[in-house]
Design a protein around this ligand. Structure first.
Ligand code: F6P
Length: 363
């Protein structure tokens, strides 16, 4: 049994990170008699002059509803470099980090992160350091787990935004475009679009045609609905084009919502507005589901370490928390099935994805 374990959070924050930390600390101390060190600012906290904090039961008291992460996080750090678009893990920082973990007396790590952070965790495992990963992303695009915490809270926020846009769109007879997060996948757009009664949902998995979007807006007009709500994932693409970046150098997506707004206004003559929901989807308190999932993940991650597992990630499958190899978790992202049930349901109730083949006489 380990005497002392470490825990860190990496990548973009997500509501529920603190719930995982709290549960991991309570389980490690209460159930297994381990002590816990929090590593600050992702893996960066174990480089140079290390920065860590002792996590006692008192230190995690009251954390469950708190957004963000008390440990701080970093999107990019020293552990991974991109070479021609392919991640490369230089030897140096990992060697230094392993030496520092030894000095700090940290015998195993729980790493909370998305695919990028978990790929770094995998490098530690490859060098024989015990690691358990906890999947985190509001985009819900990690393979091997049905859900990640933070996603349901993001859906709540995006759904509320759509509800609010609905009334102002209807009052002004406007087209409202809501841009939501979702770099490679349209889970937030699709599920909030269904819950928030969007008329058009644009996702990266289904490249869209402006003719089809305009046709939907005009068909609604003809049928007496003189407003349209469109939800677009930040990574959605027009057919034959690529994603839109607000910062090409940093590969930061953004701007597709306003692009859609402009083109739809030109093509339909309808006054249109765009709202970018941005980091409101990530900030603030986790909803009940994400608190519950985060708590479960935190406790199960410690239990997995305590029973000698390593190189694994906790995952939700069929309502149960299991562990899967980290390599499996990082291998692929989970995309929306274009012919899956959620897309079919959306189409059944008249939501358009603006794919050209969707052009129907009544659309
Ligand atoms: O990975 C989650 C995510 O929310 C993406 O949808 C988005 O592109 C990205 O993070 C933005 O992160 P940041 O502003 O922290 O770079």
């Amino acid at each position: 049994m380990y005497k002392q374990i470490g825990i860190l959070t990496g990548g973009g924050d997500a509501p529920g990170l603190n719930a995982v930390i709290r549960a991991a600390v309570r389980t490690a101390i209460g159930e297994f008699g381990m002590s816990v060190v929090g590593i600050e600012d992702s893996f960066e906290g174990i480089l140079g002059e290390t920065h860590t904090q002792k996590l006692t039961r008192k230190a995690v008291s009251g954390l469950l509803p708190q957004g963000g992460t008390i440990l701080g996080t970093r999107n990019r750090g020293s552990f991974v470099k991109m070479v021609d678009g392919v991640p490369f893990f230089p030897e140096m920082p990992i060697g230094e980090a392993l030496a520092n973990l030894d000095i700090l007396g940290i015998e195993a790590l729980i790493v909370l992160g998305g695919e990028g952070t978990l790929a770094i965790a995998q490098q530690f495992h490859n060098r024989g350091f015990p690691i358990i990963g906890v999947p985190k992303t509001i985009d819900n695009d990690l393979a091997a787990t049905e859900l990640t915490f933070g996603f349901m809270t993001a859906i709540d926020i995006a759904t509320e935004a759509l509800d609010r846009l609905h009334t102002t769109a209807a009052s002004h007879d406007r087209v409202m475009v809501l841009e939501v997060m979702g770099r490679h996948t349209g889970w937030i757009a699709l599920q909030s679009g269904l819950a928030g009664s969007a008329d058009v949902i644009l996702i990266p998995e289904i490249p869209f045609s402006f003719e089809s979007v305009a046709q939907k807006v005009l068909a609604r007009e003809k049928a007496g609905s003189r407003f349209t709500n469109i939800v677009v994932a930040e990574g959605a693409m027009e057919i034959g084009k690529s994603e839109i970046y607000s910062d090409e150098k940093e590969l930061r997506l953004g701007g597709v919502g306003d692009y859609v707004r402009k083109r739809v206004e030109e093509m339909t003559g309808k006054e249109s507005r765009c709202v970018v929901l941005g980091h409101l989807q990530r900030g603030g308190s986790p909803n009940a589901f994400d608190r519950m999932l985060g708590t479960n993940f935190g406790a199960c991650a410690v239990r997995a370490l305590a029973s000698g597992e390593t190189g694994k990630m906790v995952a939700l499958q069929a309502g149960t928390i299991i562990t899967v190899p980290l390599s499996e978790a990082c291998a692929n992202i989970k995309t929306v099935a274009v012919d899956g049930q959620l897309v079919r349901t959306a189409r059944d109730i008249g939501i358009s994805f603006a794919a050209p083949k969707e052009l129907r006489p009544d659309d």
